[in-house]
Write a protein that binds this ligand. Sequence first.
Ligand code: C2E
Ligand code: CA
Ligand code: CA
Length: 641
Amino acid sequence: MLKYVVEYEACALIFLIIVTVRFFCIRKYPSRLNTLFAVVLYCAIADIALDIASTFFLTYPDVIPLWLNYLTNTSFYTLQVVLPVLVLVYVLNMCNVWHGKYRLLWLSLAVAVLLILYVVNPFTKCIYSLVPTESGLELVHGAVFPLLFITCGIYLLASVVVVLKYKERIRKIEMYTILLFVTVVFLSIVIQIFLPNVLLTGVAISASITMMFFTMQNPEAMLDLVSGVFNYSALHEYLKGQTAEKRGLWVTAVDIGGIRRINSVYGLRSGNKIMRQAGDYLNKACGNNAMAFQMIGTKFLIISNNKKAHYEIINDVSTRFTKPWNIGDLQIKLIATIRYSEEPSCFSSSEDVTNLVDLAYAKAVGDEFGTTKPIGSALLEQSRRNMSVEEALRRALDTGRGFSLKFQPIYSIKEKGFCSAEALLRLTDAELGSISPAEFIPVAEKTGQINRIDGVVLDMACAFLRKHEELFSHGFRLLEINLSAAEFYHDTTALADEILKKIDGLESKICFEVTETAATTHRELLSDFMDRLIARKVLFAIDDFGTGFANITQLARLPFSIAKLDRSLIATEREKERIILNDVVNMFAHLGLETVVEGVETEDQALLAEKFGADEVQGYFFSYPLSEEEFVAKITEQEPR
Ligand code: C2E
Ligand code: CA
Ligand code: CA
């Protein structure tokens, strides 16, 4: 009879129990993956325990009845098949290709067949039989035994196929963990074939599960360790599940103000302590009918499953924040700005929810700080609309269709003709129709699509200039192109090189418009970028001057050639603001910059701009933005110069 080595399995069992205890001690967000992982843990523990027990029992046939011997062995072999099935179910869930009961039925089919074989095994002995020897019972494999390994192998291979097929839906680490999991188990089976007396499958299972625990199932990865509230990853996971089921959600956003002040006055430790108190409180307030998540910094999101719980929580939280919080002897007031939904909404993704909350808070400044207010339906609509616009942008960027340029001529007062123009982007989508840049540019900036868009505009603008060289003999000199502030978050050296390559030969015919706000927020990066382009004769204009609160001294340090004064400056009828416009034009003239007054809609405004000494004017009074053909016709109408 074989003398089995069970020590490795015993160690594996202890190891797995430690992992299990750890898993259950940490607060977990209730996801299907977590439940599945818990089931995997239980089954693995049972599997290893049964392996050890059955080996042990075999040596004491006098004490252990034969039926118990059959029962432990059969249970062990059953779990050997159930475990790979569970792994496959886990993987299907992870990849979000789990489609309910039918798949479960399908998956259980092989298990069911094996189960029947096991149940009848004591009579048929087709899988294994227990044969008495002098030193105990000996387990002898039957004709159907290899089926066990084949079934395991099929399920494990199926997991690999699913993971590889849907690898773009999961994180890399998840893919590698599952691949390694399967490899380790396969290896252990191979070793088992060559060393049948050394029990190793439990070791492989235990090692693989521990790996899973650390890479993808560690509940701590879903928690914010300071506040003790589930983090953004958990929110993402949670919403992924909820949105797949199209469930309506009641959301409440809570932004806690005052923590930063506590950090700076009382130190980070006190700040963290208070975050913990607030986090614990939010978790408790949620009870069983809601869940709290930390979106970012001091912003929390509570998702409730029903109306009653939703309103109770809002009430509870807003009341709690009227009272102070204690750290040691200190009594501290925190200010919660609360925004809640008034009806359950289905969200198509976690971004959908976070976009809505971002929008809700974008409006919560000044007096709105510390208030509790519903998220109006208009905001919900706007958030939805932004999502559709984002989709439309993606379609246009992917297909290369939908974008076009318009050209708004800019009138030179001195030369009495159109000397330059601004390239303005238009988007026409098959579903949404024509979308204004005032709407899609901010969306593109938020979603990071703006860089690609600016690139598309530059390509179209260069192609236009190369195609219509005749314009330059009719007094046209310069095309102004908008550059988004988002450009300056990236490596501006690479950006400058890329732009220079695109505009090769057209450098002196291009002027980039950078908004006043972007210019002062990214001064260092911008300065470097401008220097590189200016060395090659490209010009720069400050756009929308007068809309922000730019530091003029800082602006003056940047090598701008043109200042475009925002249309709000000319639109005003107030005498004092007119004086400001006059002074601004003078100031730029002294600094050596040309000025363009934007948004000139009437003759009076045009005359005023001239009187104040502006060099150029742009606006509907002179021309609307024109299509390529219209623009070329308009310029070529001018006397050749
Ligand atoms: P902007 O850079 O200030 O562009 C001028 C905007 O004022 C244009 O709006 C133009 O059509 C409009 N406009 C011109 N004259 C008048 C007027 O007399 N009265 C009034 N009320 N408006 C006038 P548009 O084309 O809708 O563009 C809106 C904004 O979208 C632009 O403001 C610019 O910030 C952004 N944008 C447009 N195209 C691009 C682009 O290619 N790239 C980037 N990054 N942003 C762009
Ligand atoms: Ca502009
Ligand atoms: Ca402008």
